[in-house]
Design a protein around this ligand. Structure first.
Ligand code: ATP
Length: 489
């Protein structure tokens, strides 16, 4: 009795033409191989919500790997199969849009040229370069839906369930459990077995069955993430199921790696703060580790962190910071070293990441105090540079967010936007030309030349060459003295 809905017009209107044609191609391929093919999951959800998501997930009712192989051939790409799960990923040169490639109908795989370094590049070209660098390859995930690959949930009759329905039933929320058929005759047919259409209309996050969160507690964090991203509401029944799963201690059953992965996804959201607040509502932060519990002071810091991160991104400054590092620094607040270490253990950080994070936190705390001293006693740009240059960008942004005064914040922003990229206008070759052989003195001299440049004491290359001469004389004198005094003297 369900009314069939076809979203072909929506696909055509909301997708780039390249992606629309890709869907048609996949559907024709399904026809040729005589298998039903669907686009599924987040891709469908985001089309319907009007925020196209170009990550294409395809499910084939049949041999997904054979389909992926044929698709890779068709697209001039390659594929990687996971035979155990009957899944594959197809990787191929991204198609350029109609407008870019002229109209000979042959997609051109070459990525657009990057702007030449040193041209009058403004933010727009920087952004274009940034996008182009990410675009040259495109991927499609292909999965196999076949009844024999599913463990039948006890509650379900084992008969009369199509494979696609079984596939969708394993998913987290109704809005993520929709499919669009791609085969020619059915192209655009929306497949919604679980009432997703109504939930989208009501803006509700709803699970497919009552054991969902017990089965996979990461869904608790996913529910929060989707609720905040789409401005939906976790439904009343769904909320009861979350609280129930938490009460059963399901957070403790979650592996550190999966927990960290989901937290990272939250911190990668445009606005992680509402998610963090919602986690606190459910007491999830404390359940992960008591140190992470929110308080008003932390909330203020997190708010500043979000602002500072936004500012940094707007300026396209590089390197791109890892948001999780920033937010986790904020959530750890003034915690003790051992507690922070315990958090890194709960999240199963690798040795390297653990070390990097703990070191960053220690460095940041030290520099925080030194920065105040620098403001009172020094104030030189070279001093600022010396303080901040050893710190990873996440640490610097954290310092900026926690700056005590507007003045301190301005200095840090000046460091990020101006000082950080500065180099001396002379190089090792200039020193070589002065007749000094390469050695540790080079680094010392160049650092002091840079310091003088930053402090405005040697602005021009000529002035820097003069200074280098002087410093090299000093170095030579020191070496001569050392030789005279002799080893051990
Ligand atoms: P995003 O926009 O964050 O990428 P997405 O829905 O595309 O969202 P993926 O993590 O790529 O997210 O997942 C793709 C699909 O796989 C989801 O739409 C959902 O149907 C299913 N899925 C992902 N994670 C789970 C899970 N933990 N439990 C059940 N289904 C899941």
């Amino acid at each position: 009795s369900r009314r069939e809905k076809n979203i072909r017009p929506l696909l055509q209107e909301r997708l780039p033409d390249t992606h629309f044609r890709l869907l048609e191609l996949a559907g024709r391929l399904g026809d040729r191989l005589d298998v039903p093919v669907y686009a599924v999951g987040g891709f469908v959800r985001d089309i319907l919500l009007g925020r196209p998501n170009l990550d294409l997930d395809v499910v084939v009712e049949g041999d997904g790997i054979a389909f992926a192989r044929a698709l890779a051939d068709e697209l001039g790409g390659r594929m990687r199969a996971h035979h155990k799960f009957k899944t594959a990923v197809v990787i191929f040169p991204a198609w350029e849009s109609e407008r870019q490639r002229g109209d000979n109908g042959i997609p051109d795989a070459a990525p657009p040229a990057l702007p030449v370094a040193g041209d009058a590049s403004n933010e727009a070209t920087a952004e274009a370069a940034h996008r182009a660098a990410e675009r040259p390859e495109q991927r499609i995930d292909v999965a196999t839906a076949r009844p024999e690959y599913y463990e039948y949930p006890a509650a379900l009759p084992t008969v009369e369930l199509s494979s696609i329905k079984m596939d969708l039933y394993r998913r987290d929320f109704t809005i993520n459990a929709q499919a669009v058929q791609l085969n020619g005759a059915h192209f655009g047919r929306l497949v919604d077995f679980f009432g997703a259409q109504r939930d989208m209309k009501d803006k509700v996050i709803r699970v497919l069955h009552s054991l969902s969160f017990v089965e996979d507690p990461t869904r608790i964090l996913r529910a929060i993430r989707f609720e905040k991203r789409y401005d939906f509401r976790i439904g009343a029944q769904c909320e009861r199921l979350i609280k129930n799963a938490l009460q059963l201690g399901m957070m403790d059953r979650l592996s550190g790696a999966r927990l960290f992965h989901e937290l990272k996804l939250i911190f990668d959201e445009k606005a992680p703060l509402p998610c963090i607040r919602r986690m606190e509502d459910y007491d999830i932060l404390r359940l992960i580790h008591p140190l992470l519990k929110l308080n008003p002071a932390k909330m203020d810091v997190l708010t500043e962190l979000e602002r500072v991160l936004h500012w940094y991104r707007l300026l396209y400054l590089s390197p791109a910071p890892e948001p999780w590092m920033l937010y986790l620094l904020g959530l750890c607040g003034n915690g003790k070293y051992l507690d922070v270490a315990a958090v890194t253990d709960r999240l199963a950080f690798s040795r390297k990441v653990r070390q990097d994070f703990l070191t960053l936190r220690e460095n940041v705390r030290e520099v925080y105090n030194l920065l105040n001293l620098w403001m009172q006693r020094d104030g030189s740009m070279s001093g600022l540079n010396n303080l901040l240059s050893p710190i990873a960008p996440e640490g610097i942004l954290y310092l900026m967010a926690r700056a005590k005064t507007e003045d301190a914040r301005k200095h840090i922003s000046y460091y990020l936007t101006r000082l950080r990229g500065e180099t001396p206008d002379i190089t090792g070759n200039d020193l070589l030309a002065m007749g000094i052989s390469a050695g540790p003195a080079y680094g010392r001299v160049l650092r002091r030349v840079l310091a003088a440049k930053l402090d405005g004491l040697a602005r021009t290359r000529a002035a820097q060459l003069d200074l280098a001469h002087e410093l090299l004389r000093e170095e030579t004198a020191r070496e001569a003295l050392a030789a005279e005094v002799g080893p051990g003297g």
